[in-house]
Write a protein that binds this ligand. Structure first.
Ligand SMILES: [Zn+2]
Ligand SMILES: [Zn+2]
Length: 253
């Protein structure tokens, strides 16, 4: 299996996951035109997508979802809570999913995992083909025992490194927003991501992608420095996703 990022950060997130016969898009926080342009740089034709998985209703994850679905005739998968928040046009084919219940699309088995985040019914996804497992894990305010249990044995992991605690504390956000971001239903800091990896272990990880970095409250270097020691300083396994550009296809074998 392989995966790529169209970009990641507080202003837009979208991830492609592909196997021999199936390609999925997880979220589309970019407008349709921008998303299509970014997919083209990854040699991906949106018409060939097997569907769009939505994690939750925040605009940085859904901005382009319905326009893409309408334009290319794609099925959208989401929880009831996301559906209630988004109220999609009935003309769009939506499949409602149940957290913690695995289902399949083409070559993939997909497990939506419940996470603590300030959305109506947010999930993150474990996506598996035969023996390989990719974990997507952003937009959560804290690491719960449930998350720890689910995200063991990943071969590749997108992990949220939203903010550096010091930059957030000293940064430009108003106090209420600082509390929201660092709160239990907010976003993971670099340090929380590192602690999660410490607990999970990284021996099996072929690729670790630091994602959802805040442009105001984090720096790629800080995320890099926080995670690199967890990989025994093996930088070749570590990628920092950014808002303005794609992460090229990464293979898991
Ligand atoms: Zn987000
Ligand atoms: Zn969110």
């Amino acid at each position: 299996m392989r995966f790529a990022s169209l970009g990641s950060g507080s202003r837009g997130n979208a991830t492609l996951v592909s196997s021999a016969g199936t390609t999925l898009l997880v979220d589309c926080g970019f407008g349709m035109r921008e998303a299509v342009k970014r997919m083209q740089t990854l040699h991906m034709d949106p018409a060939t997508l097997a569907g769009i998985l939505v994690t939750h209703e925040h605009i940085d994850h859904v901005r382009g979802v319905f326009a893409l679905a309408r334009r290319f005739g794609l099925t959208v998968y989401m929880t009831v809570g996301s559906w209630l928040s988004l109220k999609p046009d009935p003309a769009i084919e939506v499949v409602l999913i149940t957290p913690e219940e695995t289902w399949s699309i083409g070559d993939f088995d997909i497990m939506p995992v419940t996470v603590p985040h300030d959305a109506r019914e947010p999930v993150q996804y474990l996506i598996q083909t035969g023996v390989h497992r990719l974990g997507l894990l952003t937009d959560l305010g804290m690491v719960t025992p449930h998350v720890l249990k689910r995200y063991r044995q990943c071969d590749a992991l997108f992990i949220e490194c939203n903010h550096d605690q010091r930059m957030l504390a000293n940064g430009p956000y108003p106090p209420s927003l600082k509390r929201r971001v660092s709160g239990r239903l907010g976003h993971l800091s670099n340090r929380q991501a590192a602690e999660l990896l410490q607990t999970l272990g990284t021996d099996r990880l072929q690729r670790l992608v630091a994602s959802h970095l805040s442009e105001k409250n984090n720096l790629p270097e800080l995320a890099f420095d926080a995670l690199r020691p967890l990989l025994d300083n093996d930088e070749s396994r570590l990628v920092i996703a950014q808002q303005g550009r794609t992460v090229d296809w990464q293979s898991v074998s």
